[in-house]
Design a protein around this ligand. Structure first.
Ligand code: NDP
Length: 468
């Protein structure tokens, strides 16, 4: 049910939940909870559909998924507009159109990859072959930051390997997700991909259901731990991407002008609401002035506003919960006497806007450094020695990504080898790729997505061992 009135609160009593446009607080629609009975029915249907889907020749599944990629491409303009309206990221720059291109690419690649059986041992006495079988029904819990692209990361590899998927979009980005699922389902056979909606208990009920064989979750560490608990009931296999507090280290003497664009977007992609954004920047003390000046100058030229407007490349924070969290960290930084080096222009709009903010005179131990801000507020910390920078970068419960910035690649690689993270980028940050495995160390989660490793993660290995 759509209407266009303006709401101040996202939470209304009972099971109602309003999805809002974060740029102007226009109500997009009401999100209702899928009931437990409905979830049970969907899982039953998924089980039946999965058997038929898995029985199809592999080449047929590939072909269907390549048609899904075509359908996404054909509908990318409308879907990008939906993303901007509900998620808030601008159409342009590395925004909603970029997210849709990611959806197409991350569909084409898993659709094209192969995971054939493998003879892992053979001699005159025996032959052992590993097959990669589907798991069954996959429960996918998708987040609100890259609502369509991350959903695709969960859906497509699972389908490629012969599973059925039931996806729960974030309550904050339900409508754009439903639009994309409609497009995908215009190509897929019935019930192979289904959706449940709501908040509060839907994800927990779905993931702990006895018929779920695999859970793919992207979100917070706290909820990731609840997903682990849910999986104790059904022993579902898990892929958990629980975010990060990625450190970036600029090694002494970097030619900052050459890297400023990469540094800026490494930190502020999607307003910093990206799991693998650069969230803490460590800078050699003698280079500090040069680096902060370059970052402030660059930031001052990047327009923020309603992402539907041409020329805008930075948008609002997606939701009130996240907005409040970031404001709380800003207040805490003010209270401890941090140096607000730069604060961008806040647009004169009603939405959840927080300007790009650079914060100095903070260190490990301060909340803005230790906690994932998931927003456009970057703490910049000085170091005296590279060893100190490495030690501070590693001083975190998170370990998703990290980056090293240097014009000397040998030095950068030596530092990269010492950083505790699933991916360490050199002279870039968050540069994920559909062929390259992506996952976290420490409490950033376990399992990996993308590429062949990502396909393996949605299968169960089965060995056939033959005596000769
Ligand atoms: P959460 O991590 O709390 O995830 C919310 C989603 O998880 C909802 O769909 C919810 O559905 C579901 N859920 C809750 N409990 C369970 C459970 N036991 N089993 C399965 N699913 C469950 O995200 P929020 O949106 O509340 O954001 C909180 C923080 O997470 C943010 O501030 C940000 O720091 C971080 N975040 C990280 C992201 C990343 O990319 N890594 C993306 C988004 C947020 P239901 O309520 O119906 O159970």
């Amino acid at each position: 049910m759509e209407n266009t009135s303006v709401a101040q609160e996202t939470h209304t009593p009972d099971t109602q939940f309003l999805s809002l446009n974060p740029s102007n607080l226009e109500v997009i629609g009401e999100v209702t909870n899928t009931s437990r009975v409905e979830i049970d029915t969907k899982i039953e249907k998924a089980k039946k559909a999965q058997k038929l889907w898995a029985a199809r020749p592999d080449a047929e599944r590939k072909e269907i998924l390549l048609k899904v990629a075509e359908a996404l491409q054909q509908n990318s303009k409308e879907l990008a507009e939906w993303i901007t309206r509900e998620q808030g990221k601008p159409l342009n720059g590395p925004g909603a159109n970029f997210e849709m291109q990611g959806c197409v690419g991350w569909t084409q690649v898993p659709a094209s990859l192969d995971l054939p059986e493998e003879i892992v041992f053979e001699d005159e006495t025996r032959k052992d072959i590993v097959y990669r079988n589907p798991i069954g029904v996959v429960a996918a819990i998708a987040p609100w930051n890259w609502p369509l692209m991350i959903a695709i990361w969960q859906i497509i590899p699972s389908l490629r390997m012969g599973n059925a998927v039931i996806i729960k979009p974030s309550e904050y980005t339900t409508y754009c997700s439903l639009e994309m699922i409609k497009v995908i389902n215009s190509v897929l056979p019935e019930d192979i991909l289904q959706v449940v909606t709501g908040r509060g208990e839907v994800g927990g009920y779905l993931t702990s259901h006895p018929e779920i064989g695999k859970i793919m979750f992207t979100g917070s560490i706290a909820t990731g731990k609840k997903v682990i608990e849910a999986s104790a009931k059904n022993m579902a296999r898990l892929t958990l991407e629980c975010g990060g507090n990625d450190a970036g280290i600029i090694l002494p003497g970097l030619d900052i002008a050459k890297h400023i664009e990469g540094l800026f977007w490494g930190a502020f992609l999607n307003m910093g609401q990206t799991c693998a954004c650069l969230k803490r920047l460590y800078v050699y003390e003698n280079d500090y002035e040069k680096v902060v000046k370059a970052l402030a100058d660059y930031s001052s030229h990047i327009p923020m506003g309603n992402g539907a407007d041409e020329g805008i490349v930075l948008g609002p924070i997606q939701n009130k919960m996240q907005y409040d969290k970031i404001q709380d960290l800003i207040r805490d930084s003010e209270n401890i006497g941090a140096d607000f080096i730069f604060k961008g222009q806040k647009p004169d709009l009603e939405g959840y806007f927080i300007p790009v903010t650079l914060i100095g005179n903070v260190d490990n131990g301060d909340r803005i450094v230790d906690e994932e801000q998931f927003g456009p507020v970057l703490p910049i910390i000085t170091y005296k020695t590279v060893d100190e920078a490495i030690s501070k970068a590693n001083d975190s419960e998170n370990g998703l990504g990290a980056s090293v910035w240097s014009d000397n690649l040998d030095e950068a690689q030596k530092v990269a080898a010492q950083l505790e993270a699933g991916t360490v980028w050199i002279n870039q940050h968050g540069a994920i790729h559909p062929f390259v495995p992506f996952g976290g160390a420490k409490q950033s989660g376990y399992g990996v997505e993308f590429g062949i490793e990502g396909l393996k993660a949605v299968t169960v290995p089965k060995v056939i061992s033959i005596k000769k």
